[in-house]
Design a binder for this molecule. Structure first.
Ligand SMILES: Nc1ncnc2c1ncn2[C@@H]1O[C@H](COP(=O)(O)OP(=O)(O)OP(=O)(O)O)[C@@H](O)[C@H]1O
Ligand SMILES: [Mg+2]
Length: 247
């Protein structure tokens, strides 16, 4: 279980303080697939960076299965896989296979485990044709598949995706959605940010909405529909934003 307790994050930019997260608390159960919604600059990436222990909260704490992730980042490293849409983290000069093998090593996988995972992910993402080509010349979709495979190389229990389908064509975006379905069946806990309401509706049971760094909704989509007497997530999202935290 992921437990986020009173988390705030401040940044200083030219002596001005920016509050990217403001006193956010929620819990996510094992096996949940959660959509993270918010306008540009709402604080989604900041929150995902904190949950993956890349960024320290200014206040509050985040626990994973009872472990404080910022006090013991090494203990949870193997349990989390994270993909930030804007950065692939791949090495252009290496082939797809070399990239995956490199990341497997970082997670301490044995040679045998690495081969098994690379083979499995190659079949799963249909990467066979270009597995031994340099990533530098890959198309966006090819790159994204390798990046997703890299995220999953150590078979993490919790997976965080920051706008995973941005920039993908319809085929690749559909492949990604199918992947989420499969990971969900395997009992993985998934949080992903998206601006595509239809995608969130299809894939998630619950949503977290943030607005200007504050949590404005956390719960099941069904409950939200009932509260708002509507099943138009786009409309609900906009009206919640207008009402802010006073709902
Ligand atoms: N390293 C940083 N230094 C200063 N300000 C930052 C830093 N990182 C994030 N911010 C600020 O925090 C706020 C939240 O940014 P964040 O990237 O988390 O938003 P987001 O919800 O992911 O937006 P988008 O949908 O555009 O990706 C913004 O005002 C942003 O400028
Ligand atoms: Mg972002």
């Amino acid at each position: 279980m992921i437990s986020v307790q009173n988390v705030s994050r401040f940044f200083t930019d030219k002596k001005k303080t920016i509050t990217a997260s403001k006193n956010i608390s929620f819990e996510i159960n094992k096996g949940d697939v959660v959509g993270l919604l918010g306008e540009n600059g709402a604080g989604k990436t900041t929150l995902l960076r904190m949950i993956s222990a890349i960024l320290q909260p200014s206040e509050g704490s985040i626990h994973l299965d009872g472990i404080d992730i910022h006090k013991h980042p090494m203990k949870i490293k193997g349990k989390i896989g994270v993909l930030f849409g804007s950065e692939t983290g791949l090495y252009d000069r290496l082939t797809a296979r070399e990239n995956l093998t490199y990341f497997a090593k970082l997670y301490g996988l044995s040679q045998h485990e690495t081969k098994a995972r690379v083979d499995y992910l190659t079949v799963r993402f249909g990467m066979n044709e270009y597995l031994d080509r340099r990533v530098g010349n890959f198309s966006k979709g090819m790159r994204q598949k390798v990046t997703i495979a890299r995220t999953l190389i150590h078979d993490p229990q919790i997976i965080l995706f920051d706008e995973p389908t941005t920039g993908l064509d319809i085929t690749s975006a559909n492949m990604f959605r199918e992947l989420i379905h499969q990971l969900r069946k395997e009992g993985k806990t998934i949080i992903f940010s998206s601006h595509i309401m239809e995608e969130v509706k299809q894939l998630c049971q619950s949503v977290i909405m943030i607005h200007k760094g504050e949590l404005i909704y956390n719960g099941s989509i069904e409950d939200l529909y009932q509260q708002e007497e509507s099943d138009d997530l786009n409309y609900i999202f906009m009206s919640r934003i207008i009402r802010g935290n006073n709902s």
